[in-house]
Design a protein around this ligand. Structure first.
Ligand SMILES: NC(=O)c1ccc[n+]([C@@H]2O[C@H](COP(=O)([O-])OP(=O)(O)OC[C@H]3O[C@@H](n4cnc5c(N)ncnc54)[C@H](OP(=O)(O)O)[C@@H]3O)[C@@H](O)[C@H]2O)c1
Length: 312
């Protein structure tokens, strides 16, 4: 699979990476039940298809996603690049608190390294800029962890332009992780041009709108979702937005026929078409889903189809 350099880092990443949020299983922001063996099979299958990186976070399943990633990659001779995050703590009652204090970040990295069973994390990202007044303290702590070799490169997620500018004064930002898909194009205006100007890599999340743009999501399926799936009550999966989003899915399905791929793959290819985007983080829950998204890395949409999708 084609590789791309992640901004000003030395990492060469495939255009699609595996997103491990849903592999966290049942928790406050879970995706409904997920069998661990399915997650492990998915990770190993995705790597056998050529994907060379995985994005996880401690908060996904309160440590569970990182543990599963650690288990899945343990026996692999050729390990993928591991990207994780920091910025949330939780207590025994599973109450989640944002925290960006230096001591907390340093403890978080030790916990993540143990769960992942690795000696270094290839890209370590501030998950959310919350509390905003502590992002610089966290960044300074991350720069120290980089010096110690516990993390290789530094990234941010969900940050504003002003916040990124403040952090660049302390240590370079190697990568930025925003949401980006046909249903969320907010980063196009300021963040993507800023990253292009500063040679900052961009790995975008939810390129298929968290499953909404795959062609497999229907009104009936959403209605039948359990309360343990965060999407059931999400704005994009409910009216008034849902009707419009399903129109986008119709257009994706129409374009997909021409390229003989899935609607999901067209959604990913559209996101990857933006010149600022280095890679797309694609959530997968089964080996079959991995097979159903992989060609999204190689489809080249023509200008006519891009215009058609964007007009909807
Ligand atoms: N930094 C942040 O704040 C942040 C926020 C969100 C996500 N992320 C990262 O980005 C990753 C990807 O985002 P995402 O998981 O929200 O969304 P996504 O990649 O847009 O959608 C993933 C979901 O689509 C469905 N799917 C996958 N392949 C499919 C296929 N071939 N056919 C039909 N359905 C398929 C699966 O859900 P179902 O089968 O259940 O429908 C899967 O969980 C996350 O795992 C996480 O690593 C980061």
């Amino acid at each position: 699979m084609e590789l791309a350099r992640l901004g000003n880092s030395e990492l060469e990443i495939t255009r699609i990476g595996l997103g491990a949020w849903a592999m966290g299983g049942l928790w406050q922001w879970g995706w409904g039940a997920q069998q661990d063996q399915d997650s492990i099979d998915t990770i190993q299958h995705a790597f056998s298809l050529g994907i060379n990186w995985i994005d996880t976070a401690p908060v996904y399943g309160l440590g569970h996603s990182e543990k599963i990633v650690g288990k899945a990659i343990k026996g692999l001779s050729n390990k993928p690049l591991i990207f994780s995050k920091c910025g949330f703590n939780w207590d025994q009652q599973q109450n989640i608190q944002p925290c960006l204090k230096a001591a907390s970040i340093k403890q978080e990295v030790e916990d993540s390294l143990k769960r992942l069973q690795v000696e270094t994390i290839d890209l370590y990202q501030i998950h959310w800029p919350n509390p905003a007044e502590d992002i610089e303290e966290a960044w300074q702590a991350m720069a120290e962890l980089q010096q110690q070799g516990k993390i290789r490169y530094l990234g941010v997620s969900n940050h504003s332009l002003e916040q990124m500018e403040a952090l660049q004064n302390i240590a370079p930002i190697h990568a930025m992780q925003p949401p980006y898909s046909l249903i969320n194009r907010d980063c196009e205006e300021q963040l993507l041009p800023y990253c292009q100007q500063n040679n900052t890599g961009v790995i975008c999340y939810s390129p298929m709108g968290s499953g909404l743009l795959t062609g497999k999501m229907t009104r009936q399926r959403i209605a039948a979702m359990g309360d343990d799936d965060w999407r059931k009550n999400a704005d994009d999966f409910n009216e008034p937005k849902l009707s419009h989003n399903l129109k986008i899915v119709e257009a994706l399905s129409q374009v997909a026929v021409k390229y003989q791929v899935s609607a999901a793959e067209v959604a990913i290819a559209w996101a990857l078409n933006h010149p600022a985007i280095t890679g797309a983080i694609v959530g997968m829950r089964s080996p079959e889903q991995a097979d159903g998204v992989i060609r999204g890395a190689s489809v080249q949409l023509d200008t006519y189809d891009i215009a058609l999708l964007e007009s909807v």
